[in-house]
Design a protein around this ligand. Structure first.
Ligand code: HEM
Length: 486
């Protein structure tokens, strides 16, 4: 033993330390060289174009996300590289509309499962949003979908109407006093208060107070945690190590606080006797029609957490964007106000009974304004990633090996001039009534366009809260245009 140690020391002291360093450097350089050569020329995804660094590491994606304009990056990438772009060593994004059904539909896309991107969105246990196992997802959906049905919604409509009245009263006050407000902030207050009412029969009181509740920050926190860590989900277990990274520590602390708040709201609601049919009440009563199983307290928390996270920020963005488009397009504003006044000639005051969702659904121009806003500025712009099933599949006419991550973002699909018309980049609600014209002169009907309108996703994982969202966005009337915005 001593001899071996002595000879090692002798070897090192004889200049071998430098030799060891050189050998390690040569080994790691060779590894890197082979890795780069493999990713660039031999990987099954090497044939797809995309940024150089993206082909080498998912860190490229993460870096782009942190810049805060990933949706624009996605559009730019498709413009530069075409309908299929490699955005990580094992991931591509696709903008060709033929791939929508191939990846997401309940028939063709049945075996394309959600990827581990969704894992960091899970708080207590996998929610209906984050559950990747298709059987467990179907089981959970059987239990919770009842709570999101049109029947359930009609029973809750009057609570949304109350919030609408409060929102409109505030808007009137501001327009009377001329006080300048941040409308986006008030849309946030409205969306959060409504989701609180719908989920737990308890709003957050933000419309009353005009003060941002802690939940807004915490939910933004959770979205940031989910979408950032989702870029490299294998890092998630390390986030529990309490690493001395202030950004991570604050996101983690926020997430824990949100879990606590959701838990206490769920417990309060569970012990409150109420005949009001809110989402949580329905979830407490819900049973699986096949197995008769009910949700346990942790699952209840999980689903309440999911509806708040998935349903607040997205709806608030949809409402803010819709107001933005209407207020910056005076002709749309005039037409919409005229349609509303003709349909409800007596509803002049915020204290009058607001119209019903069914009545609003029958107003073509209002619906066109909302659809157009969700087309041009969809709140969910991420590329909804899925794994290609084993054995591989042909998508948009190109073969992808099993295990490849593929995904589509609504934005490039919605901006396609061949699908939505030559003026697809502009806010033109009329296209949903009169149709549009493609660059080659082909007429596009609203029904044709509707097949590729995907702000709520497609297939079995499509948004379960779509009706809730459409209800919320349909209600608030646009404020008057006080100053023309250029
Ligand atoms: C305008 C507002 C909304 C937009 C744009 C939107 C968008 C989406 C999209 C694109 C998905 C599909 C995600 C994927 O495939 O990865 C989704 C799923 C989901 N959304 Fe929404 N959403 C909105 C409002 C809501 C609301 C109000 C709720 C709840 C009250 C909600 C709850 C959910 C849930 C639970 C899922 C997962 C469904 C499943 O996997 O089965 N969303 N949403």
């Amino acid at each position: 033993m001593m001899d071996a140690k002595a000879s090692l020391q002798a070897w090192l002291s004889g200049g071998a330390a430098q030799r060891l360093l050189v050998v390690s450097l040569a080994a790691s350089s060779t590894f890197v060289l082979f890795y780069v050569l493999y990713q660039r020329f031999f990987s099954p995804l090497a044939k797809f174009k995309g940024p150089f660094w993206a082909s080498l590491s998912p860190a490229w994606k993460l870096h782009q996300l942190t810049k805060g304009n990933f949706h624009e990056t996605i559009v730019d990438l498709h413009e530069e590289y075409g309908p299929i772009v490699r955005i990580a060593p094992n991931e591509v994004i696709i903008s060709d509309k033929s791939a929508i059904r191939e990846i997401y539909s309940t028939t063709q896309g049945r075996d394309f499962l959600k990827t581990d991107y969704y894992d960091p969105f899970t708080a207590f246990r996998p929610t209906i949003f984050g559950q990747r196992d298709p059987h467990l997802h179907a089981k959970r959906k059987r239990i919770v979908s009842h709570g999101y049905s049109m029947n359930a919604l009609q029973a809750m409509e009057k609570f949304v109407q109350e919030r609408v009245q409060l929102f409109m009263t505030k808007m009137r006050e501001f327009s009377r006093t001329g006080e300048q407000i941040n409308l986006g902030k008030w849309c946030h207050f409205f969306a959060f208060d409504v989701i609180g009412e719908l989920a737990f029969s308890e709003g957050f009181g933000m419309l009353e107070s005009g003060i941002e509740d802690e939940h807004i920050r915490l939910i933004e926190n959770q979205m940031e945690f989910g979408s950032t860590m989702g870029m490299m989900p294998w890092l998630v277990p390390y986030t529990k190590w309490n690493l001395p990274i202030p950004w991570l520590q604050s996101l983690q602390a926020g997430r824990e606080r949100l879990k606590e708040l959701t838990q206490s709201r769920v417990e309060r609601r569970r012990h409150k006797v109420s005949d009001r049919k809110d989402l949580l009440g329905r979830l407490i009563e819900a049973t699986d029609p096949v197995t008769g199983e009910k949700l346990d307290p942790i699952d209840l928390r999980t689903e309440a957490f999911s509806s708040i996270v998935a349903g607040s920020d997205s709806t608030s963005s949809a409402l803010s964007y819709t107001f933005h488009h209407i207020l910056t397009h005076p002709s749309a504003h005039t037409k919409l106000v005229s349609e509303l006044r003709t349909a409800f000639p007596n509803a002049r005051s915020s204290t009058d009974d607001p119209p019903t969702y069914a009545e609003l659904g029958r107003l073509p121009y209002l619906q066109a304004c909302i659809k157009e806003s969700l087309r041009l500025t969809p709140p969910a712009t991420i590329n909804l990633p899925r794994y290609v099933p084993s054995g591989g599949r042909v998508l948009a006419g190109t073969y992808f090996p099993g295990g490849t991550t593929v995904g589509m973002s609504a934005i490039p699909v919605h901006l396609d001039r061949k699908t939505f018309g030559d003026d697809a980049g502009r806010y033109v609600p009329e296209r949903w009534i009169e149709g549009a014209v493609a660059p080659d002169g082909e007429r596009l009907s609203p029904e044709d366009m509707m097949r590729y309108w995907i702000p709520f996703g497609v297939g079995s994982r499509m948004c379960i809260g779509k009706n809730v969202a459409m209800l919320e966005v349909s209600y608030p009337r646009p404020p008057p245009i006080l100053h023309r915005v250029s």
